[in-house]
Structures are given as C-alpha cells and as structure tokens.
Design a protein around this ligand. Structure first.
Ligand code: 5GP
Length: 190
C-alpha cells in the first residue's frame, strides 16, 4: 500500500535492534484518516471471505481493528493480556512472547466471544517473529472458529514470522513489507 509505505519513509524512525517507531501516526498518536484507508484496503483484500469477527491483541492493534470491524459490520474482539495467575475455564488462553516487552504473557479471550460459527480476520500493526499472530491463531483453533486470514499493517520481512505462518497455510496480507532497515541506510521495502 503506497500510502502507508510513503508515510513510513516520511515519519518512521528506525532504531537499533530492528525496531521501527511509527508512534507519530500508527500506534501512539494515530492518523485516523490513514487508519480508515488501511481498513478500506483490508476490506478489499478479504471481502467475500465470510468474515464475521475481527480479532486482535491489546493494545496497539485495537484502534486499527476497530476501523476494520466497522468496514465488515461485525464485532471486534481483542485478546487481553492476563494479569492474574488464575485462568478461568470460561476463556481460551495461550502464551505469547512479546517482542517489544521481551517477556511472556498469557493472553485470553472469553469463550462467549469466540467459537464455532465465527469466521475470523486477525488484525495487527506489526508482524515480526510472529509470536503475537501465532498466539491469536492458537486461540482461533482452540475455539473451533474458522480463520479467514491475517491483515498486518507492517511486516518486517527480515524476521521469520511471516514466512513461518504462511508455510502453515494461513493467508497473511501485509500492507507494507520491509525487506531491510538500518538507522543509517534507511528502509527498503520488498
Ligand atoms: P511478533 O510477535 O511478530 O514478534 O511482534 C509483533 C508485535 O510486536 C506487534 O504486536 C507489535 O506491537 C510489536 N512489534 C514488533 N516489532 C515492532 C517494531 O519494530 N516496532 C513497533 N513499534 N512494534 C513492534
């Protein structure tokens, strides 16, 4: 998606350690006109797939996923990072290693909001090692829902998540795919 690539080049900041900061327009301060255009693109890509639920993970995927859910006229559910030690039998749960926080989280979704009869589109801001996305896929599989695929804003294609998850047979559509990035040399798209 040209518009997103141009915005990343203009306002994205490449940090050491393979981290791209896009917090001036995507995941802290948010350009809602851009989010709206992103949602249109996901709607175009996944229309006709029978999507009736959007699933993301807190926190930064939620705003983008809201716009997408609006396009599909369906609910948005976000997986919560569980803060208590006790996991209730009323939730689907799995473990996710966070790239940004460098720690493990249990994520949960209430069984009341995800189950057979749902056809789920996963949405997230980044795909890097694929831990977050694999966790969401695991929740969908546990619940018996169908998986339409995953819509990702920015895929860091130099990290292995995208390739691994596509090899598992999951449709992954990324609007901007970064081949390489470096604080000095800048960003190159696939
Ligand atoms: P993964 O689980 O695929 O390794 O990482 C995906 C999650 O980590 C995303 O939900 C995103 O919030 C965060 N993330 C991964 N890489 C980056 C990055 O370069 N910049 C930012 N801002 N977040 C990232």
């Amino acid at each position: 998606m040209k518009l997103l690539e141009e915005r990343i080049l203009r306002d994205g900041i490449v940090r050491d350690g393979g981290v791209l900061k896009v917090d001036s327009f995507l995941n802290h301060q948010m350009d809602v006109a851009l989010l709206s255009d992103i949602a249109d693109e996901f709607k175009r890509l996944f229309s006709g797939c029978g999507v009736n639920k959007i699933l993301t993970i807190e926190a930064s995927g939620i705003a983008i996923a809201c716009f997408v859910a609006q396009r599909f006229s369906c609910p948005l559910v976000f997986a919560k990072k569980n803060k208590t030690l006790n996991v209730s039998p009323d939730v689907w749960t799995t473990k996710v290693h966070s790239f940004t926080h460098q720690r493990d989280f249990d994520i949960i979704v209430s069984k009341a909001f995800l189950g057979q009869g749902d056809c789920v589109l996963l949405i997230d801001d980044f795909l890097a090692n694929g831990e977050a996305l694999s966790g969401l896929i695991d929740l969908v599989r546990q619940s018996g829902a169908a998986l339409a695929g995953a819509g990702i804003c920015i895929e860091k294609a130099f990290q292995p998540g995208g390739e691994r998850i596509r090899a598992e047979g999951v449709r992954v559509e990324s609007l901007a795919r970064i081949r390489s990035m470096d604080p000095e040399k800048g960003i190159e798209f696939c």
